[in-house]
Every structure is written in C-alpha cells, then in structure tokens.
Design a protein. Structure first.
Length: 234
C-alpha cells in the first residue's frame, strides 16, 4: 500500500477522477494498527531532507494513528536513504517503499511496506491541498476499508482547480477550502479516498523542484531522489 496500483499510468490528474495513489504491496495477515480513542495533542514536526531542499512537515493530531506510526518509523530511521520512487508533475511525489533503498535502475517499485496497514482516518477538515501529506494504499477492490499503507506516503503538488469543478464533486467544501483549491491548488478528487495526515509548512517550492525532475517508465525519476526524514526538536 503506497504507490500507484500495478504502476498504472495516470493521465491529466485534475480531469481524471480515476487518478490513484496506490501501492502494489501484497496483502498480509498482520493485523492493522488498532484504532485509538481521543487524540492527544502533540504538534509533531518532521523534516524531509532531499538534494532538492528540505520540507518541514506538521503531522496532524486529528489523525493520531498515522501520526504516531509515521513518527515511530522516522525514529527507527526507516525512511533514510529511501527514494521518492514515483513522481508525477502536477499530481504528487511518492515515497516510503523500503525496497527502494539501493534499488538498481529499472527496478519496479511500489510494492514494499512494513507488513501492516493503518486504519483510515478521514477528517472533513483535512484535504488534499498543495503540500498535503497523505498515505498511499491498495485499491478499493482489495482494500474496501481504504486502510493505509504502513509506510508509503505522498505529498501533493496538484494544480489550481476551478470552483465549478469542486461543486461537481459532491463534497461540501468550506469557503477556506475553496479559496485554497482555487488559488494554491491541490488534488480534490482524492478527498475522502486517502487519509491526509499532515502538511508541508515550509518548503513548498521543494515539491515543485522534485516534481519537475525527468522520469522514466513507471514514473520513477531518471536520477534517484533520496530522502532523509528526521523529527524536529521543539
């Protein structure tokens, strides 16, 4: 759960409602992380460091399962030297597949993970604006609960959206959300489909730099884009 299912090629993202951010990770019998009760306020921050710059990311307290799982993996060094293995300009940048570490050229990626899933945490106020951090997952046919990958994530680049396109979605957006989508942009067609659990608060330009790299078949960058992820000390 984490990248595009079967590495399916995606068309223009804003106009294609079937655009997906999935992984081909095989289902496992390991139980998902259990659902939590009342979220604890932590205001956790991480930095995702790349050769193209550093992104500072706030992890939402409203999605405690994803927040705590992500921090656990970061503190274990799980993400260090992994790749942003799938990059689609105008859509998103995706990473977190452990198989991407030291992966040779042409190796198909997107099928790796820690061996568990995280229950979906859909929240109306958390949406796919530019800079949103969200969890990739397997498709609905194999994953009707829309549980998230245990490790694979994506960061939205998206495009500016016309308000009439938002109205067609059937989702009721707040004035603030409409303003964000029509000025900063995002991928509203993913709302309610994938768990958004954080946002880039510094380094939005880094998303654009990474999204602009040349890619090969399967949307893998021609030149590897490695990451190091670390917690930010308060």
């Amino acid at each position: 759960m984490g990248a595009c299912e079967s590495n399916k090629k995606i068309k223009t993202r804003q106009e294609d409602p079937n655009s997906e951010v999935k992984s081909s990770e095989a289902p496992v019998d390991t139980p998902a992380i259990p659902a939590s009760t009342e979220p604890e306020k932590k205001n956790m921050m991480v930095e995702i460091v790349t050769d193209h710059g550093t992104m500072k990311v706030l992890l939402y307290d409203e999605t405690p399962l994803h927040r705590d799982n992500f921090i656990k993996l970061v503190e274990e060094g799980y993400y260090n030297d992994l790749l942003f293995h799938r990059i689609i300009k105008g859509f998103m940048i995706q990473g977190g597949d452990p198989n991407s570490k030291n992966a040779g050229p042409g190796v198909q990626l997107g099928g790796g993970g820690p061996g568990y899933t995280v229950p979906a945490e859909f929240r109306p106020g958390l949406y796919h604006k530019k800079g949103a951090l969200a969890a990739a997952r397997m498709g609905d046919q194999m994953n009707p609960q829309r549980a998230s990958s245990g490790s694979q994530f994506y960061i939205v680049q998206g495009t500016v959206v016309q308000e009439n396109m938002l109205q067609r979605s059937g989702i009721v957006y707040t004035p603030e959300q409409i303003q964000t989508y029509t000025t900063i942009g995002g991928t509203p067609f993913l709302d309610g489909q994938y768990t958004v659990f954080g946002e880039v608060v510094e380094g939005l330009d880094v998303i654009d730099k990474i999204a602009a790299v040349k890619t090969l078949q399967g949307d893998r960058p021609e030149v590897n884009v490695k990451m190091t992820v670390r917690t930010v000390k308060k």
